[in-house]
Design a protein around this ligand. Structure first.
Ligand code: NGQ
Ligand code: ZN
Length: 455
C-alpha cells in the first residue's frame, strides 16, 4: 500500500510551527487528519521540518524558454516595451509540443524549489498563422499535460485578449496567436471543464485593461461559473497608467474597482503603480495582489507599496511570471529587500502578531496564493491537498535550529536549495532534490531548446 502518513517533528500548521505532528491523507491526496502530540514510530516515514508547498500564482510558462536571452542592450533605450517585442518573437514560434516540453521543465524546477501549485495565465492560444488549432484548447491542454506529467497542481486561466491598447485599438500582427473574444474564452472554459479535478482548476484572465474592455470583463465575469478565479494584469508600467487616464479619466485600479466586480475571486497581478486610495481599495475588496518581484525587477516596473498594503490588511501572493527565477525564496527575499532599499529600513513585512519576517512572508504568500488558485491548498489542515515540503535538516544552516528561526534562515541566508523532498497530493515527486521524472523532462527540454535557441 502506498504511503498515507508522515510524522513531522515540526510541522508548519496554520497556527505556526507545532512539534510532533502526524499528517494523514487519503488515496485522493487530501489531508484527512492532523494528529497532534503524536509519538514518533521507528518504522514510519518521518521528517524534521515540514511545511505546506507554495502557490506560484502567476506564470506564462512559455517565457521560461527565453529567460536570460533578453539581457543585451539594444540600439535604443531598453524598456518593458522593447522586452515585450522580443517576447512576442518567441511567442510566435512555439509549437504545442514545445510548450509542453517547456512547461514540464519549468514546473519541475518550480516543484524542486518548493512550489506545489501554479496559476497559468495562458494566452498563447492560436496556431502560428493566427488560425485556431483543430481543438481551440490545444495549447492549454498541453500545459495541463505538463502539469500532470510533473505532478504540480494547476489553475488554468485562459486569457481574454482582444485589443492592442485602450480605446479598442486593433491587435498587432505579432499578437495574432493571443486573439480571443469573450465567446472564444468562454468556449475554452467550457472545453476545459472535463479537466477539472482536485489538482486542476479552470478560471479566466482578462489580460489587462489594455487588451480587454470593461464591457468584456463584465461579460466574462457574468458568464463564468461562480467560485472560479479571475486574474488580470494591472498598473504594471507608468505608461499604462497614463494611457488609462487619457482614455478613461481614471487610473487602472480605480477603473477596475469602480466596476464593483472585484472581490475575493480576483487576483490583481503586479498592481505596482497605486495611489493610497487604490492600495486601500484593493485591500478592502478581499482580492489578492499578485506580486512577481523577480520579473518586476527584471522588467524595471517599480515597487509595490507593501507597508501600506499590509497595514490595510491586504492579501498578497507571489508569482514567477516570466521565470527569470523559479524560486519562492528568491521571490520573497527580493520582495522584502526591494522595500528595505526603497525605504532605507529593515524588517518591513510583518505585523504586531507576526514579527518574524520569514514566517510572515511565507504564511501570507501561502494564503494569498491559495486564494488566487481557487483550490484547497496552502495549509496543513483537514480537507486540503497533502502538498508538503521537507527541508534538508542536515544542511548546516538548519542543523540544530529551533523551528521559529527556520523560515528566516531559509528565506534570508545563503543560496543552497533547502527543499529536500516534495509531496504533492500525498505523492513524493521530489526526493533528495531530484524530481522523479527529471531525466526525461530535462532531455525533452534540451531537445526543444536546440531549435528555439536559434531565434
Ligand atoms: C505578459 N508580462 O502578458 O506576458 C506581460 C507582458 C503585456 C508582464 N507584464 C505583455 N510581466 O503586458 O502586454
Ligand atoms: Zn504576466
Amino acid at each position: 500500500m502506498s504511503q498515507r502518513s508522515l510524522f513531522a517533528a515540526n510541522a508548519y500548521l496554520p497556527q505556526g510551527w507545532t512539534c510532533n505532528v502526524r499528517l494523514h491523507w487519503n488515496a485522493d491526496g487530501a489531508l484527512t487528519e492532523i494528529e497532534l502530540s503524536a509519538q514518533r514510530q521507528a518504522n514510519e516515514a518521518q521528517a524534521e521540518f515540514v511545511l505546506p508547498g507554495m502557490t506560484n500564482l502567476h506564470s506564462h510558462a512559455f517565457q521560461r524558454a527565453m529567460a536570460g536571452m533578453t539581457e543585451m542592450a539594444g540600439e535604443s533605450k531598453d524598456s518593458f516595451w522593447t522586452w515585450r517585442d522580443l517576447m512576442y518573437r518567441y511567442a510566435l514560434h512555439i509549437t504545442p509540443e514545445q510548450i509542453q516540453a517547456i512547461a514540464a521543465q519549468l514546473y519541475m524546477e518550480c516543484l524542486r524549489q518548493g512550489y506545489t501549485s501554479v496559476c497559468e495565465f495562458h494566452y498563447l492560444h492560436r496556431a502560428i498563422d493566427g488560425n485556431w488549432y483543430a481543438r481551440p484548447e490545444e495549447m492549454a491542454l498541453r500545459v495541463i499535460s505538463a502539469a500532470k506529467q510533473t505532478g504540480i497542481g494547476v489553475t488554468m486561466l485562459p486569457v481574454l485578449y482582444s485589443y492592442a491598447d485602450f480605446n479598442a485599438q486593433p491587435l498587432r500582427h505579432d499578437q495574432r496567436r493571443f486573439t480571443t473574444s469573450v465567446d472564444d474564452v468562454l468556449t475554452l472554459v467550457d472545453n476545459l471543464a472535463p479537466e477539472r479535478n482536485a489538482q486542476v482548476e479552470v478560471g479566466v484572465a482578462p489580460h489587462s485593461l489594455r487588451a480587454a474592455s470593461i464591457d468584456q470583463i463584465r461579460a466574462v465575469h457574468a458568464a463564468l461559473p461562480t467560485n472560479r478565479p479571475l486574474h488580470i494584469h494591472i498598473a504594471e508600467q507608468t505608461k499604462e497608467v497614463d494611457a488609462c487616464i487619457a482614455a478613461t479619466g481614471k487610473r487602472p485600479v480605480e477603473l477596475l474597482l469602480d466596476t464593483g466586480l472585484v472581490d475575493q475571486r480576483w487576483c490583481l497581478v503586479h498592481a505596482t503603480h497605486l495611489t493610497k486610495t487604490e492600495v486601500q481599495g484593493i485591500a478592502a475588496s478581499g482580492a489578492v495582489a499578485g506580486i512577481c518581484t523577480t520579473t518586476e525587477g527584471n522588467l524595471g516596473d517599480g515597487f509595490f507599496d507593501l507597508p501600506d498594503y499590509i497595514a490595510a490588511g491586504g492579501r498578497f501572493g507571489i508569482g514567477s511570471d516570466s521565470h527569470v527565477s523559479q524560486s519562492p525564496v528568491e521571490e520573497l527575499r527580493w520582495l522584502e529587500y526591494g522595500q528595505r532599499l526603497r525605504l532605507q529600513g529593515r524588517n518591513i513585512a510583518n505585523t504586531a502578531d507576526q514579527r518574524q519576517v520569514g514566517d510572515f512572508l511565507w504564511q501570507q504568500a501561502l494564503l494569498g496564493g491559495a486564494q488566487a488558485s481557487g483550490r484547497q491548498v496552502g495549509q496543513l489542515a483537514r480537507g486540503y491537498r497533502a502538498d508538503m515540503l521537507i527541508l534538508n535538516d542536515h544542511h548546516p544552516n538548519l542543523a540544530g535550529l529551533t523551528s521559529n528561526a527556520v523560515l528566516n534562515t531559509w528565506l534570508f541566508a545563503g543560496n543552497d536549495n533547502l527543499v529536500r523532498d516534495v509531496y504533492v497530493a500525498g505523492k513524493r515527486i521530489v526526493q533528495d532534490g531530484r524530481h522523479v521524472a527529471q531525466t526525461e523532462i530535462q532531455q525533452a527540454y534540451v531537445d526543444c531548446m536546440r531549435n528555439l535557441r536559434a531565434l
